[in-house]
Design a protein around this ligand. Structure first.
Ligand code: PXP
Length: 238
């Protein structure tokens, strides 16, 4: 049964819509923990679209469960990670014009930069997860560079429209998962997962961690964040 990382970026998105003080992501951490979150995930983007630097500091001080710090593989963010000391850093690609993280990080193309980042994080006792597409060469290269975990991008699965297309994407995810486990890396997944599509991904053998944000924050508008997290936690406890 996978653990649940609750991504609270979009609590900050609502606040930033007015550049005010509410809703407060720190309060979201407390509610998510009360609902059974095993981890809090935050993505400090270079454009500071949602989470702000002060949120990172405040959350790192008060969070009781694991903190997963998502960021681009750039010096500025790696230095913030070192200062923050999260349990885990998850390296993601970032494009300024994107609505959300669109594809996995290209480990093969960026191997020198990523390998240096992994060494730096390990020297500071921070685990490294790489957010990648479910593609064999990206998985193999992640392992070669010494990543502790990979988070498989579930966007294509989530976007697949009909049953056949979704089954095919699930097969791709399952094969990729097996490859990750054969390398001895931890298996994580996330992006686009919802209350209605999460169960087959949670049921992939060896799945250790799911990072889920938008659907939980969306549901929290109607039932509250604690309850929204509790419902997701129950669903993935397969
Ligand atoms: N995992 C990673 C690496 C992400 O970039 C995101 C989106 O910020 C998520 C998980 C969560 O995706 P969603 O908000 O679609 O649940």
């Amino acid at each position: 049964m996978p653990t649940l990382g609750v991504n609270i970026d979009h609590v900050a998105t609502v606040r930033q819509a007015r550049r005010t003080f509410e809703p407060d992501p720190v309060q979201a951490v407390t509610a998510a923990e009360a609902g059974g979150a095993d981890q809090i995930t935050i993505h400090l983007r270079q454009d500071r679209r949602h989470i702000q630097d002060r949120d990172v500091h405040a959350i790192a001080e008060m969070v009781k469960v694991r903190l997963n710090f998502e960021c681009a593989c750039v010096d500025e963010m790696l230095q913030i990670a070192i200062a923050t000391k999260p349990h885990q850093i998850c390296l993601v690609p970032e494009k300024r014009e994107e609505v959300t993280t669109e594809g996995g990080l290209d480990i093969v193309g960026g191997r020198v930069r990523i390998s240096t980042a992994i060494e730096l994080m390990h020297a500071n006792d921070i685990n490294v997860s790489l957010f990648i597409d479910p593609v064999a060469e990206q998985i193999d290269c992640s392992n070669e560079l010494g990543a502790d975990a990979v988070e498989l991008h579930t966007g294509c699965y989530a976007n697949a429209s009909d049953g056949d297309a979704r089954d095919e994407q699930l097969r791709i995810l399952s094969d990729a998962s097996q490859r990750v486990l054969e390398h001895g890396m931890q298996l994580h997944a996330g992006h686009g997962l919802t209350y209605t599509n999460v169960i087959p991904v949670a049921a992939i053998p060896g799945m250790e961690e799911l990072n889920i944000g938008h659907t939980i924050v969306s549901r929290s508008i109607f039932v509250g964040l604690e309850q929204a997290v509790r419902e997701m936690k129950e669903l993935i406890s397969v």
